[in-house]
Design a binder for this molecule. Structure first.
Ligand code: T4K
Length: 385
């Protein structure tokens, strides 16, 4: 079979890390014997302890998913009014604000990291602003010092969406130690997962207490000081999470190797731009995202996306459409395309290629050959037409 023929089975953008089945049975057996299936049982307690150690944070609460975690973080920080955030993120970031009756104010992004551009934050601050919600997009740390300086100057809270940044460090400092609260997603598509799940990290015992209360209906001794919700993680998922945690470092190392191979093989293709490692950052390689410059590459991102599917490769357009262009947000004053030129440009060009530990180097070699072949064939057909 020629190297650039279609893959026999579909290649998706990611695949979850699965714990050993025998170990999983043992974990389930322990839970069955204990008969505690939810409500802050021993697996959840153990997971919170092990995750806090792994992520190098003082306080950590596990929750049912990343989206609900963000919603609870907004409540825990008592945010009101306007929150400055990025449009280049997954819908959940912005929806979490809207579900708290908070107004998202979109700030443009940096072209190299895809993260919120801190130089553009200050002009967006009004009397109504209470927080900044930056996202460490694809695990690349935001300019945390600059963001904190602005927050301190104006008395704003900083809530980080660290959904992609499990295990990332910036100059040896764990990513979850920045800002007031950080949110991690433990969805099955993440480097680390509990099937569905999430966590909030913070620095103060009373803030953790508040998060834990909000996730459990705000019920304490039959007193309900405010409305809470149910955002608990159950024991089975926590047990799976303990097993996946044992495999996460190996998964990150495998992804690092595959990422470096991608970078090596795609570096000389005109019109393909790659993200590089950032000095001083311990990366976790959650996604491998390229930018397609249509004029130089010959095809635009959407054309490449469709062509790759003919070879059984299913990349994802993370993040397209831009949140500021969603029907529910596009009428906000900050959502105008003229306010967000970089984010709009980037969203039209990004493509996340398959990256997970079950791929091998020959898969990556083949994907890169296919991308080259698609470009060559397009050039040839343009010449003959
Ligand atoms: N903030 C940010 C910045 C986020 O990226 C996310 C979530 C959140 C907040 C919210 O966190 P959570 O509430 O989700 O915990 C996926 C995920 O569902 C979502 O968690 C993630 N970000 C987002 C970037 O990606 P889809 O719709 O692209 O996933 P889906 O189902 O198409 O999966 C992608 C591929 O993964 C599939 O083609 C096959 C593979 N896959 C997927 C699942 C679920 C598997 O092999 N097994 C599986 O179980 O949203």
């Amino acid at each position: 079979m020629a190297a650039s023929e279609a893959f026999a089975t579909p290649l998706y953008v990611t695949q979850p890390v699965l714990p050993d089945l025998e170990e999983t049975y043992k974990t389930i057996e322990a839970i069955w014997q204990n008969k505690q299936l939810s409500n802050n049982g021993p697996m959840v307690k153990q997971l919170e302890k092990e995750l806090a150690d792994f992520l190098g944070v003082k306080y950590l609460s596990v929750l049912c998913n990343g989206t609900t975690s963000l919603q609870i973080a907004c409540k825990a920080l008592k945010l009101t009014g306007e929150v400055i955030t990025t449009p280049f993120t997954f819908s959940a970031t912005i929806h979490s604000l809207a579900w708290n009756n908070l107004k998202p104010v979109f700030c443009d992004i940096e072209e190299d990291t895809f993260n919120i551009n801190p130089d553009l934050i200050e002009p967006l601050i009004t009397q109504e602003t209470t927080a900044i919600l930056p996202v460490h997009v694809f695990g690349n740390p935001c300019k945390v010092e600059k963001i904190q300086q602005i927050a301190d100057k104006y008395g704003l809270k900083v809530l980080y969406d660290a959904a992609h940044a499990f295990g990332v460090k910036l100059r040896e400092k764990p990513i979850g130690t920045f800002g007031d609260i950080s949110m991690f997603s433990f969805h099955a598509t993440k480097v680390y997962h509990t099937i569905e799940g999430g966590a909030l990290t913070c620095h103060q015992a009373d803030l953790k207490e508040r998060i834990d209360s909000l996730r459990n209906y705000c019920q304490k001794d039959d007193i309900f000081p405010e409305p809470g919700t149910n955002a608990k993680l159950n024991e089975v998922q926590a047990g799976i999470g303990l097993l996946v945690l044992k495999k996460v470092e190996e998964e990150i190392q495998k992804r690092k190797k595959l990422t470096n191979l991608y970078r090596q093989l795609l570096s000389d293709i005109p019109g393909i731009t790659l993200n590089r490692d950032i000095p001083g950052v311990t990366h976790n390689y959650p996604y491998f995202v390229i930018k397609v410059e249509p004029d130089e590459f010959g095809l635009n991102r959407d054309q490449l996306f469709l062509k790759l599917q003919e070879y059984n490769i299913f990349p994802r357009k993370y993040f397209f459409p831009l949140c500021s262009n969603f029907e529910c947000y596009r009428n906000l004053p900050s959502a105008s395309k003229s306010n967000l030129p970089v984010a709009n440009k980037v969203a039209d060009r990004v493509l996340a290629l398959p990256l997970h530990g079950n791929l091998n180097t020959s898969d990556i070699v083949k994907i890169c050959e296919i991308i080259k072949k698609i470009r060559q064939e397009n050039l040839k057909s343009n010449r003959t037409n």
